[in-house]
Design a protein. Structure first.
Length: 537
């Protein structure tokens, strides 16, 4: 099998669908399903039955989750205009939407796609989301799926694949921002033998749903990225570690694995080469700490999900003691485009030290909640006020938390900073996996800090004393201050504990647990002072 074969296969699939002039795409990601998308899909399918030039199909996330169920009517011609998008669709709208095809949109449900939410994005990871049927293998092939894998296996050496990934400047999208090419090269240099590739899909940050949406919308993209990584480092076994609370994502990745095996893109002699690689799913029970790579590996091994000291790092001694490569969903989703377009193309996007695009989940008090993808270096103001539509109800913006429980809260005067790894770190927060929780003027930052400390306290595995006892004590201090019962000694002790827990905890959970406290003290200290003065009154 060669790249030309895959291109011909894609063209043949598209030719088979030449009679279909319009696609009616119904978002069947979890968010739209919860709003009644299944009934909308049924209604459209019933009204469209027998209409040979129109096809109704389910697709993945279209991004604007606050407006679901979403339906897009798209012409299939290569030079077709932008699809006509409809929001808040009800089953009763089905007949009108189908009748409007080729004419004027249904005004009451029309959602213009030239609005900033769509127009200001640049999609690489989400390029297929909302366009292809996630359960369709041929649908993925039709948009260039598995071309990069065949290209790697038949036209490139493992070293050449590593060079392209390194040249791209891609950094791990799970939050740490470690250079992906360097991590892959480290595992590749380990002696030949058993090696593993793991996709970390244990997304546990409150308000974050980036990985879930990608798995639900474009699962074959993850499998292709993992297979390319396995070829580059010399692995023959992979695992997708995903939390059981994501049943739709689990179902779709299981279907994708089964169909990829059947088509010869997983298993033995992939693409008729000597390379063999297979993938299994492991379900997590929802422990936040299992997002930490050593705890995740312990969970896969059947042990309690607890982190261990490093070194040795997973690249040296990981799963069952063998060299192991771990990247998150979004990292693997970038690999196929990088190989197809070249590392230099990817490196031309973003900032000097943060290349490419980043997927963010917008949540909280913001008008357009949902999933977006923008170039690295886009400012917080553009993300929140322009793409996100600002704060609803005429209220003022107060803060945004980036990075989930491990991140920090930034005030309004920081909105013009570019969003990249280094800029956020300098301000006392992190990018994390991409969650953004927006807060308005009514939010209490002391309460916010207490909430996230309670989360970290509850999710601590308890293995190390600084995290187990420190988060408990910090939560007690925050609770007293929040209830206007704290003292200035409590505040001083809280700051001391932040430093101790940050410096001495075993893993990233404890090391970053103080971040919401430290950032709110840094930017909203007056709110702590007000609670203390109320206690003294």
């Amino acid at each position: 099998m060669h790249v030309e074969d895959m291109i011909e296969r894609a063209e043949a699939i598209r030719a088979e669908r030449a009679g279909i002039k319009h696609e009616v795409r119904v978002c069947m990601a979890a968010s739209c399903q919860s709003s009644g998308a299944a009934a909308v899909l049924d209604a459209l399918s019933q009204h469209c039955s027998g209409a040979g030039t129109c096809q109704v199909k389910s697709v993945g996330c279209m991004g604007l989750c606050s407006a679901g169920p979403l339906v897009a009517v798209a012409e299939t011609a290569e030079d077709a205009p932008e699809p006509v998008l409809y929001r808040d669709v009800k089953p009763a709208d089905a007949a009108d939407i189908l009748a409007s095809i080729g004419g004027q949109p249904v005004t009451r449900r029309h959602c213009p796609t030239d609005q900033p939410f769509f127009a200001r994005q640049r999609k690489i990871v989400l390029a297929n989301s909302g366009i292809i049927d996630p359960d369709s293998f041929s649908g993925y092939v039709a948009v260039g799926g598995y071309v990069a894998l065949v290209q790697a296996l038949t036209e490139m050496t493992p070293a050449e694949v590593l060079n392209e990934v390194t040249a791209s400047g891609l950094r791990g999208r799970g939050g740490g921002g470690y250079p992906t090419g360097l991590k892959w090269s480290t595992v590749a240099k380990m002696p030949r033998g058993q090696k593993f590739v793991i996709c970390n899909a244990d997304e546990g940050d409150p308000g974050a749903f980036m990985d879930r949406a990608v798995l639900e919308s474009d699962p074959h993209r993850i499998l292709e990225g993992m297979a390319i990584a396995a070829y580059a480092i010399g692995a023959d076994k992979g695992y997708v570690y995903v939390r059981a609370e994501y049943p739709l994502a689990v179902e779709r990745i299981q279907t994708a694995i089964r169909k990829a095996r059947r088509a010869g893109f997983l298993g033995h002699h992939i693409a008729e080469t000597e390379f063999s690689f297979d993938i299994e799913i492991r379900l997590g029970a929802g422990a936040f700490v299992c997002g930490e790579e050593t705890a995740l590996m312990a969970s896969i091994e059947g042990q309690r999900g607890q982190p261990r000291p490093r070194p040795p790092y997973p690249a040296q001694a990981g799963l069952w003691g063998y060299p192991t490569l771990i990247n998150n969903v979004e990292t693997f989703a970038n690999i196929a485009p990088i190989l197809r377009e070249g590392g230099a193309w990817f490196a031309s996007i973003g900032t000097d030290k943060s290349k490419g695009t980043k997927v963010f989940a917008l949540a909280g008090t913001i008008r357009n909640t949902g999933l977006i993808e923008v170039p690295m270096g886009t400012t917080l103001r553009d993300i929140i006020e322009v793409i996100g539509g600002g704060i609803p109800g005429g209220k003022a913006f107060k803060a945004v938390q980036t990075g989930g429980p491990s991140g920090g809260c930034l005030p309004a005067d920081k909105l013009d900073i570019p969003v990249d790894y280094d800029s956020l770190r300098d301000l006392g927060t992190i990018m994390g996996s991409g969650g953004m929780i927006v807060m308005d003027e009514d939010s209490s930052m002391v309460d916010v800090a207490r909430y996230f400390m309670e989360f970290c306290m509850t999710e601590s595995c308890g293995k190390c004393v600084p995290c187990r006892a420190g988060t408990l004590q910090m939560h007690e201090l925050l609770d007293r201050i929040a209830k206007a019962q704290g003292t200035r000694r409590d505040l001083a002790l809280l700051e001391d504990l932040c430093d101790v827990v940050q410096a001495t905890s075993l893993c990233g959970l404890g090391q970053t647990a103080p971040n919401p406290v430290l950032s709110t003290l840094r930017y909203f200290r007056n709110e702590y002072e007000e609670r203390l003065m109320a206690a003294e009154a």
